[in-house]
Design a protein around this ligand. Structure first.
Ligand SMILES: Cc1ncc(C[n+]2csc(CCOP(=O)(O)OP(=O)(O)O)c2C)c(N)n1
Length: 341
């Protein structure tokens, strides 16, 4: 029985199937906004406007854009520290994100969370978590809460592939499967945990097979093809919503930058040639070519879109710079919730 659930092949690359031209425009715009936003973050980091840790999403934009497109407005999202692109794709305001990164009081976590802790309760975007694997049981807990309350929402829980070697991951997957929780565990397999290749750290290289231990439906998908990501996530979300069954979805992607802003872009753990090879499948280019071939966008249209998103990012930067730092007296506010009253 369990064997029948194993999908050894990726979900069929969707091509343009299942999306409208308008939806493809939205996905292209979302990915381009993420890219331009992250480029300016790199600049702001170099200028000292952003401090602390800062992990960029460049190269992985199709994952955030495609997966978010499969959700309803009342679904929940929980994620790791590599959260800027997903937050933008969910609809958090670029101004509030940039202000958060600048440590300003108009930030989405009032300037106290920073890059790794983006949060917006109104959009059910539940962070931004810094401990590798630490948020996965929280994702299962959100699924439990949905089920307990009798809702039909879904929790989408993003994580990197290194998470699969933590105990928290296994405990959470076991419970999610046992209790049939409406959670989609989405692994962004960008092949490296900091400087450690997946093959050096994991006994199983087809990450999605890990779900077999918990008799959980599983699939993998090309993470550079936003339409394929959307389609695979839609199937997993449908299973969670209508059958209250979790899925482990491995999305195969690649990060074009260093692990964080304090690391070199290629480093000693991967070759420049490998990086360049992967950059040939830039997710923005992949969709742009598909749309160009379908006559849905031309060079002028692309240039206009780029101008528009650059203006949004510049506005976010200006807003962040003008926002005040949180006052010293507010240091202990919003740190702990009073639960005893
Ligand atoms: C429990 C724990 N151990 C170590 C770290 C340090 N650390 C931060 S990111 C990272 C690698 C995580 O890689 P992966 O899960 O593949 O995600 P990616 O950074 O590639 O998105 C490590 C080891 C941490 N944050 N938490």
């Amino acid at each position: 029985m369990a064997q029948a659930k194993i999908k050894k092949k990726a979900e069929p690359a969707a091509g343009s199937e299942g999306t409208t031209a308008e939806e493809r425009q939205v996905l292209l715009r979302s990915m381009l906004l993420q890219r331009r936003f992250e480029e300016r973050c790199a600049e702001a980091y170099a200028l000292g406007r952003i401090g602390g840790f800062c992990h960029l999403y460049i190269g992985q934009e199709a994952v955030g854009a495609g997966a978010m497109a499969a959700l309803r407005a009342d679904d929940y999202i929980i994620t790791t520290y590599r959260d800027h692109g997903q937050a933008l794709a969910r609809g958090l305001s670029p101004r509030a994100i940039m202000a958060e990164l600048f440590g300003r009081s108009d930030g989405c976590a009032r300037g106290k969370g920073g890059s790794m802790h983006l949060f917006d309760r109104s959009l059910n975007f539940l962070g931004g978590h810094g401990i590798v694997g630490g948020h996965v049981p929280l994702g299962a807990g959100v699924g439990f809460a949905i089920k307990y309350r009798g809702g039909d929402q879904v929790c989408l829980c993003f994580m990197g592939e290194s998470v699969v070697n933590t105990g928290a991951f296994h405990e959470a997957l076991n419970m999610a499967s046992l209790w049939k929780l409406p959670v989609v565990f989405l692994i962004e397999n960008n092949r490296y945990g900091m400087g450690t290749a997946l093959e050096r750290a994991s006994s199983i290289h087809d990450i999605y097979l890990r779900a077999a231990s918990y008799d959980m439906p599983r699939a993998y998908v090309d993470g550079q093809d936003v339409l394929a990501v959307r389609s695979a996530t839609l199937e997993a979300v449908r299973r969670a919503r209508t059958e209250s069954t979790p899925t482990l979805l491995e999305v195969r992607t690649y990060r074009f930058m260093g692990h964080s802003m304090s690391d070199a872009v290629s480093g000693t753990y991967r070759t420049k040639a490998e990086l360049e090879e992967h950059m040939k499948r830039d997710p923005i280019m992949v969709l742009r070519i598909q749309m160009q071939e379908a006559g849905e966008i031309d060079d002028a249209g692309m240039a206009k879109l780029d101008e528009d998103v650059k203006a949004i990012v510049q506005d976010a930067w200006d807003f962040a710079e003008a926002s005040p730092e949180p006052p010293l007296e507010s240091l202990h506010e919003d740190v702990l919730v009073e639960t005893s009253t």
